[in-house]
Structures are given as C-alpha cells and as structure tokens.
Write a protein that binds this ligand. Structure first.
Ligand code: FAD
Ligand code: GLY
Length: 383
C-alpha cells in the first residue's frame, strides 16, 4: 500500500510492538528501511489484543469529532486493500467482515437516545438507516423482542484484531523487519533538540528516525522533554468472550448504548465462533483488574439485547488499556524534536486507524512531508 521506495535505507527504531508500531514497521521494511521494533513484552498483547476489532467510524462518532470521523472513514475505506496485502504477505487470514453494524435501543430511554444519535449522524451526512424493531429483528433474529428501534450502519465493519496482530508480525518479519520482544526501551537519547537513538539494556542504539508508538505508556519513556510528552492516559476496558453455539450465532456487530446504565455494550461475532463482548470505560490509571460490577453490566446489557446468550459458555475475560488522548484523537507525526515521530493516542479506534496511521507515518518518514491527512493530528495542537 505504501509507495515503494527501494532506495530508502533509513535506520528506524520503533518503540512499541502493538498494531500501530507493527503496521508502521511493516510498511517501512517493505520500502527498504532497516527497521527494529522494540517491545518490552510480547508484541501485540496489550490494547491491540484486548480490542474487539470493530471498524466503526460511523457508529462510534461524536458530533464534535468531525476530523476524527474523516480520518476513520478514510482508514475504513483502506481496509479491503490493506487486508489483501497483509494476508498475501503473511499468509494469515485476518477475519475481515463487512456485514455491517446494528445499533439497537433496548428500552424506551435507549430508543430516545438513539433518535438523538441518529439526528447527529444525519447532520454529518452519514449513510445510516433508521429501523423499527421488527425490521432490525429481520436482519438479526436473535435480537430481543423488547427492541423497538435501531440504526443500521452498513459501512461499519470488523476484523479479528488478534489475527491481525499475528499477520502483522509475520508480514513484518518476512519483509526483514527485526522484532525484539521482552526488550523495553529505557530512554530516548535527545541531544540539542535532535533524537539520536534509544537506550536498550545500557546500550545506545543509534537511528535516523525514532517512532514512539508505545500506546498508553507513551508519555512514560525517559528522555522526552516535558513539552514533547504526549498527553496520553490509560482508559480501562473490561471484556469477555462467549462461545456461540448452534442456533445462537450472530452475523452482525450489535451495539447497545445504555442510557440508564454505566456501560454501553457491543457484541462482535468472530469467524472462530467467539462472541466478543465489551466494554467498560474506566479512568482507573494502570489498574487492570476485572470487577464483578464491570462484568455484571456487560452481561446484563448483552442479555437484554440478545436474551439467547444466557446459556452460552464463557470462554475468556480480560481487560485492556486504551491509549486515550486529551481530545480522543490520535497524535501523529512530527514532534518538534528532530527525527522523533509520534504515533500514539488512538484511544477507542486504534484497530480502525491502523492502515491510515501505518501508511501516512511511513510516507512521512520516507518523504519528509506531512500529508494533509495527518496534519490536523500533530502533537503541536496541544501547545
Ligand atoms: P498497544 O497495543 O497498547 O501497544 C503498545 C505497545 O508498546 C505495548 O505492547 C507495550 O508493551 C509497548 N511498550 C510500552 N512501553 C514500552 C517501552 N518502554 N519499550 C518497549 N515497548 C513498550 N479499537 C478499534 O478500532 N476497534 C475496537 O473495537 C476497539 N476495541 C477496544 C476494546 C478495548 C477493551 C480496548 C482496551 C481497546 C479497544 N480499541 C479498539 C482500541 C485499540 O485497541 C487501541 O487504540 C490500539 O490497539 C492501540 O494500539 P497501539 O499499538 O498504539 O497500543
Ligand atoms: N472501540 C471500542 C472500545 O474502545 O471499547
């Protein structure tokens, strides 16, 4: 997908092996750069593993986030081509599904809120359709008879994010990218406003370009001047997965925003039979504990939307930390420190935004030019 540039032999170090670091690394390695990704744990096992894999620029949009909507729509449109390239390079299927998303109103309060959401979507000129409950049930017969209204968002898709992590690792390594797992970066070496390299196990690894893609830990790396620390914090999400069984198999992504309850829920059916359910949204710092209340809210919301889940076995429960920025949008591009590039703060949309981030950041590194696409998302907007 990236403009292939066989003459580019820049040495690039990427801090963080989530979907963002891996996606950028893959594109740069393919273009001929010498790329090293440093991951302090196992690659792709933080937020990128915890996610639900929804590609939902329309369903998740807030009226005031127009720039983010535009970026999300652009990335969503890149997905079909991105998937073909990634699956071809890695020989791993990433479970991309384009069946669309139903946003349902479970009770009267939810339906009211849905109307309001629909009006905002129309003002933004999004391709969404209002459905009465019976029409929604025709599309997805497992929906509760209590549901009186829904929004049909056909352009909100999904991918299996865990499969995408595996594919990105495979494709990156096949392109001769080097992946150092269990190897944290301790410090970024910056001298006179210029990034020179990174400190790893008491050694300075020099590089032409350093990309900071450490998710919600991005502001914690030593060596960053205060003004360059990205305003990114962890936002906890609790999740669980059920095993779908014969007769209880959903096809579409279902979202059920809950007006009266603390947690909106979504149900994301995967090709391997998992029904991924999420998510809480909690300001709890780096706490990753599951709570009774969190799981209870998820199960209640899910059961009210799709009562048939009641007997399904629980496969897994987990939490993840979203890298949330101050305005919910990612921080992309140059930083004021020469040779230091940022790609972080993707918050609730990092899986959706992987293709556009990977291609645009790779292009910036190869050409030195900030595109119009990422210009509104630079760190300088917070200064
Ligand atoms: P991460 O995946 O967190 O990766 C950052 C990596 O940096 C980690 O592996 C970490 O170990 C490493 N690191 C940190 N410090 C260092 C260091 N000093 N040295 C080396 N490595 C370091 N997005 C969507 O688009 N759709 C969804 O449906 C969706 N659902 C979500 C549900 C939940 C519960 C959560 C938590 C997130 C969800 N997201 C979703 C958001 C998405 O998962 C994130 O925005 C995205 O994964 C961020 O990717 P990343 O690579 O920036 O971060
Ligand atoms: N985008 C879904 C979530 O962050 O929970």
């Amino acid at each position: 997908m990236q403009n292939h540039n066989p003459h580019s032999n820049k040495r690039v170090v990427i801090i963080g092996g989530g979907v963002i670091g891996l996606g950028i690394g893959w594109q740069l390695a393919k273009a001929g750069c010498t790329v090293s990704i440093y991951e302090r744990d196992q690659a792709g096992r933080a937020a990128s593993w915890a996610a639900a894999g929804m590609l939902a620029p329309h369903a998740e949009v807030h009226f005031e986030e127009r720039a983010l909507l535009k970026l999300g729509v652009q990335s969503c449109r890149m997905y079909p081509e991105w998937v073909v390239e990634l699956e071809t390079d890695s020989q791993i299927s990433v479970g991309y599904r384009a069946e669309g998303t139903l946003i349902v109103g479970v009770d009267r309060d939810d339906a009211r809120e849905l109307e309001h959401h629909y009006e905002s979507q129309q003002l933004l000129d999004l391709k969404v359709e209002w459905l009465i409950g019976a029409a929604a049930r025709e599309m997805e017969p497992l929906l509760s008879p209590k549901i009186t209204a829904a929004i049909w968002s056909r352009d909100d898709h999904q991918v299996d994010n865990r499969a995408m992590v595996k594919a990105l690792i495979g494709a990156y390594q096949k392109a001769n990218g080097t992946l150092h797992e269990n190897t944290p970066i301790d410090k970024i070496e910056i001298v006179k406003g210029k990034a020179k390299g990174v400190w790893v196990k008491n050694n300075l690894e020099e590089a032409d370009v350093i990309v900071l893609a450490a998710g919600c830990w991005s502001s914690d790396i030593d060596g960053l001047p205060q003004a360059v620390k990205p305003p990114v914090r962890p936002v906890k999400g609790q999740m669980l997965a059920l095993q779908m069984e014969e007769g209880i198999v959903l096809q579409k992504v279902i979202r059920a925003p809950r007006a009266k309850y603390p947690t909106d829920v979504y149900l994301v059916p995967k090709d391997d039979g998992r029904l991924v359910i999420g998510a809480t949204s909690e300001e709890m710092g780096f706490d990753t504990r599951l709570t009774a209340g969190g799981l209870f809210e998820l199960l209640r919301g899910t059961w009210e939307a799709v009562p048939g889940i009641y007997d399904l076995p629980i496969l897994e429960t987990w939490t993840g930390l979203r890298p949330g920025s101050r305005d919910n949008a990612p921080i992309l591009g140059e930083t004021g420190v020469e040779n230091l590039i940022m790609a972080t703060g993707h918050y609730r949309n990092g899986i959706l935004l992987t293709p556009v981030t990977a291609c645009e950041i790779a292009s910036l590194i190869l050409t030195g030019k900030t595109s119009e696409t990422i210009a509104p998302f630079q760190l300088s907007r917070f200064w």
